[in-house]
Design a binder for this molecule. Sequence first.
Ligand code: SAM
Length: 262
Amino acid sequence: MVLNKSKNIIINKYTNYNEDERLVKDRAHNIEFLTTMRYIQKYLKPGAKILEIGAATGRYSITLAKMGYDVTAVDLTPKHVEIMKQKSKRLKNFQCMVADALDLNMFKDNSFDLVLNFGPMYHLFNLKDKNKAISETLRVAKKNAICMFAYLSSSSLIPYSVRTNDVLHVVSLMDKTGRAKDIPEEIFACSYIEDFKKLFEKTKSKYITNIATDGISPYMREWIEQLSKKDYEAFKNWHFMTCERLDHQGLSCHLLYICKKK
Ligand SMILES: C[S@@+](CC[C@H](N)C(=O)[O-])C[C@H]1O[C@@H](n2cnc3c(N)ncnc32)[C@H](O)[C@@H]1O
């Protein structure tokens, strides 16, 4: 695999970050995981063959393999693949390897019933690479397979920067329309929902829905943590009920685009 400068930046970032804990470290983070799993389960068919691209340490992939699905997981960061190998030693229906979302040549066309592109779009900064990641994901999906793409929202940048006391710096990363500029050194690429949807216009796919996977929970982590069990359940259920509503979506830090391969 040929690694350019921006790929090395990504690998360095994740090699020095505890991604394994991210989705379970508190209630607010867990909402992203639970919401995403709800939609995976909504579209999963018995016996489905699943590919996750950008699987990190296998939070989704290994969960799905433990549920009995045949799962293949790939990631760019060798440390993550090592962790997945350690965690999945006893799972016969799970395999993982280092691979780049831009080149999935190890997989034939029309191979998987569900393809989860859960990380690469956060780190792709030019149109050519974004298109390539989408076309590779769709290529390896079977006809009528569901494909899901996780991405980050431009609209969440300033609200989140208030939490991190970083507003002026974040303003400098945006153009006059509030769109995040493509700056690989900043690690994360963000999109408006309308711009992300446009990436699919010329692809052989049919739009199904777009989900706010964490909604407003990242902004109020500490308060969510302090809620009583019953209040937390009520908050979570409100989030599940509203996460497909357009008026709730922009501020969500994490978004999920769901489509069907034609
Ligand atoms: C924020 S983590 C997301 C992990 C997990 N799938 C989730 O949804 O929580 C992003 C992952 O994508 C991987 N990644 C980034 N660019 C990639 C690429 N071009 N190809 C494959 N994996 C990539 C990173 O190594 C990292 O493990």
